[in-house]
Design a protein around this ligand. Structure first.
Ligand SMILES: Nc1nc2c(ncn2[C@@H]2O[C@H](COP(=O)(O)OP(=O)(O)OP(=O)(O)O)[C@@H](O)[C@H]2O)c(=O)[nH]1
Ligand SMILES: [Mg+2]
Length: 373
């Protein structure tokens, strides 16, 4: 049998093939006559919420990014505002060449209500610069809830100056959801790119033609391995990923007390006056408070059972060993956030000096930033 060209999947971009049901891009012959052809994997994600990991190497994805430098285009880089640090696409300046960049912070619907979005935007500009990226502008949106999409479209319209648009970012930040939202607002609803709560959904470049003969391209997300989401099972990933606005939780802590964020991180209030620690994580994540001196024992006895996720002792054992990150909070008029990438952050007012130790699986990025709120 000769290899036939069947075009690419409208859901994930992969080349469609009818020869091997076990390989990416498979679609049965009977599906080829449809107006919009999607592969079997996309069909299952859409209809059965199935997780379908595919063994694509980072190189395949990097190659797509690498091609952008030689095009004339506007590059829209998307980050997940709930996990800014973890969802930052490293090395983008290297790929984009001279093309202008628009930075989009997605998932603002998750941020607590009292957050000042202008401040977040300025903070993102500043953080981008620190990472060697100079975006033309920063826009905050919620692709899922359709917030600030007009503003996004206006900025894209102004900045692209008749060029193509590439949407890039690490996996799971909501690139495809954002494009679907744009398509939907333009009445092209029959086209729907596959999206899912699990990383690695889009597999190849997807071209969406624009009226002026140019195109918007969705691209597969690069995997940032230091995101905690890659260290837990898909079920546990769903448990730590917030799906609605985060309600902060306040804990009045004395020195010598600890908080477990499920079984994925432990925060020791090692030194300092009694003061509030404000926790911003998924609303349903179990938070366990204990004495610091007992914390090791609690962890040993209950990791994977009471302290979940990870769910189950096996899953607990499969996690990388915990390592310590020590933070000294100086007395100041502003608050400080300690961010545990992918899980959330705790905020501490600078009224008193304090010393905080965070234990988290090795490889997860844990850092300090000026308070977002
Ligand atoms: N809360 C919230 N969730 C969102 C938003 N946008 C996307 N998501 C969710 O984020 C997850 C990933 O979305 P996708 O659009 O598949 O992400 P992607 O960047 O295309 O991912 P890859 O194709 O793997 O690179 C899905 O569960 C979406 O529902 C948003 O604005 N708010
Ligand atoms: Mg995608």
């Amino acid at each position: 049998m000769t290899e036939q060209m069947h075009g690419s999947c409208a859901g994930c971009g992969i080349a469609i093939q009818t020869a091997d049901a076990k390989k990416p891009g498979y679609a049965p012959e009977s599906a080829l006559g449809r107006k919009v052809v999607i592969c079997q994997r996309c069909y299952r994600i859409k209809h059965y919420n199935e997780v379908a990991p595919v063994g694509m190497g980072d190189d395949d994805f990097l190659k797509i990014l690498d091609g952008i430098g030689s095009t004339e285009s506007l590059v829209v880089m998307v980050v997940d505002i709930f996990d800014f640090q973890g969802s930052w696409l490293k090395g983008l300046p290297r790929f984009v060449g001279k093309n202008p960049i628009l930075l989009v912070g997605n998932k603002v619907d998750l941020l607590p209500r009292n957050i000042n979005l202008n401040r977040v935007r300025n903070w993102m500009q500043h953080e981008a610069k620190e990472r060697g990226l100079r975006p033309e502008d920063v826009v905050l949106i919620s692709a899922q809830k359709g917030l600030h999409i007009d503003e996004l479209l206006n900025r894209i319209g102004e900045l692209r100056k008749g060029r193509d648009v590439y949407i890039v970012g690490v996996t799971n930040v909501g690139k495809s959801t954002m494009i679907n939202r744009i398509l939907h607002d333009y009445g092209a609803a029959e086209l729907e790119i596959t999206t899912s709560p699990f990383p690695g959904t889009t597999l190849d470049k997807i071209e969406i033609p624009l009226e002026d003969g140019r195109s918007i391209f969705d691209t597969p997300g690069i995997i940032n391995r230091d995101q905690i989401g890659h260290m837990v099972s898909p079920t546990d990933l769903r448990k730590i990923t917030p799906t609605s606005r985060i309600n902060s939780k306040v804990y009045q802590l004395d020195a010598g007390q600890s908080l477990f964020l499920g079984g994925l991180a432990r925060i020791d209030f090692a030194r300092g006056e009694r003061q509030p620690l404000i926790v911003y994580v998924d609303n349903d994540l179990y938070i366990h408070r204990t004495k610091l001196e007992k914390a090791d024992e609690v962890m040993q006895k209950h990791h994977g059972t009471l302290l979940v996720p990870p769910t189950g002792e096996e899953a607990a054992k499969a996690l990388p060993p915990f390592v310590k990150h020590t933070f000294k909070i100086n007395k100041s008029t502003t608050t400080t956030d300690i961010v545990i990438s992918g899980l959330g952050w705790v905020s501490i007012q600078g009224k008193h000096e304090a010393s905080v130790v965070v234990h988290a699986p090795k490889g997860v990025s844990v850092g300090m930033r000026k308070g977002l709120i």
